[in-house]
Write a protein that binds this ligand. Structure first.
Ligand SMILES: [Zn+2]
Length: 74
């Protein structure tokens, strides 16, 4: 378990090892949920396996619509 703390604006920094493992970068949308005394942070949207986009990702294929269109043209 990684440990961090809130800054003066109550923000947290997600440790770099976790960001790298999850492919997180600036602008990655997140969901924050409270369950009792626990807080869960999840990536809000799926990420395209090919380009890393978060928009319009097909849930089963895990590929965005832009990449799907490029593949169809091959
Ligand atoms: Zn893509």
């Amino acid at each position: 378990m990684k440990q961090t703390k809130l800054d003066h604006l109550c923000r947290i920094v997600i440790p770099v090892s976790i960001r790298k493992n999850l492919g997180m970068k600036e602008g990655t949308p997140l969901k924050i949920e409270q369950n009792g005394d626990c807080i869960t942070i999840k990536i809000a949207e799926s990420t395209c396996r090919l380009c890393g986009a978060h928009d319009a990702v097909h849930e089963e294929l895990m590929i965005c619509s832009t990449c799907i269109q490029k593949i169809k043209k091959l």
